[in-house]
Design a protein around this ligand. Structure first.
Ligand SMILES: [Zn+2]
Length: 182
């Protein structure tokens, strides 16, 4: 259990907290959460606890995400893992700084524009379209893992692409041969 400290009495308490509604401001928006709190058994002043504070802030962020229709950190992770791609790799495909996805997955609050871009990646066709344009920016090992995941998880999409590619090559080949024959 975390220790709660009374700054008035300079005492530490091992106490079971209560959950009370409290208003937090996140990016200028007010959100209400059930915050973890405790009062000093001696003087009645609110007790201080850094771990509880960060849990309350995390809760406020989650409430904000919910109200603003933003992805939760675990949803971002889930979308990334659809493709077996690393955090750095996913950041590069999306055109973010290398550490951006890691920060979002660890609870940093994303803006709406990057949020929506990540959301679109839920659809494998969107991911693959961007992937084909951006994969050269990734480490070869990352590329290999993603290609493997794509071909096992989304074989229909991959087969379609190959079919289109093969059709075009054969068509070109046929035309060249036809010209040679004439
Ligand atoms: Zn006290």
């Amino acid at each position: 259990m975390d220790s709660w400290i009374c700054v008035e009495c300079s005492k530490k308490f091992d106490i079971v907290p209560v959950f009370e509604p409290e208003e937090y401001e996140v990016k200028g928006k007010k959100v209400v959460i059930k915050a973890e709190k405790a009062k000093c058994p001696c003087c009645g002043e609110p007790l201080v606890n850094n771990a509880a504070d960060s849990r309350n802030f995390e809760k406020a962020y989650r409430e904000y995400r919910k109200e603003e229709n933003l992805l939760m950190p675990e949803e971002i992770k889930q979308i990334r893992q659809q493709y077996g791609i690393t955090q750095v790799g996913f950041s590069r495909v999306l055109g973010f700084g290398d550490k951006t996805i890691a920060r979002y997955e660890n609870g940093a609050l994303q803006d709406t524009a990057p949020n929506n871009l990540i959301l679109l990646m839920k659809n494998e066709k969107n991911f693959i379209e961007l992937w084909e344009k951006r994969k050269d920016l990734l480490d070869p090992k990352d590329v290999q893992n993603v290609e493997r995941t794509l071909s096992s998880k989304y074989p229909t999409v991959k087969i379609d692409w190959n079919a289109v590619f093969n059709y075009n090559s054969l068509d070109t080949l046929y035309k060249v041969k036809g010209v040679n024959l004439v």
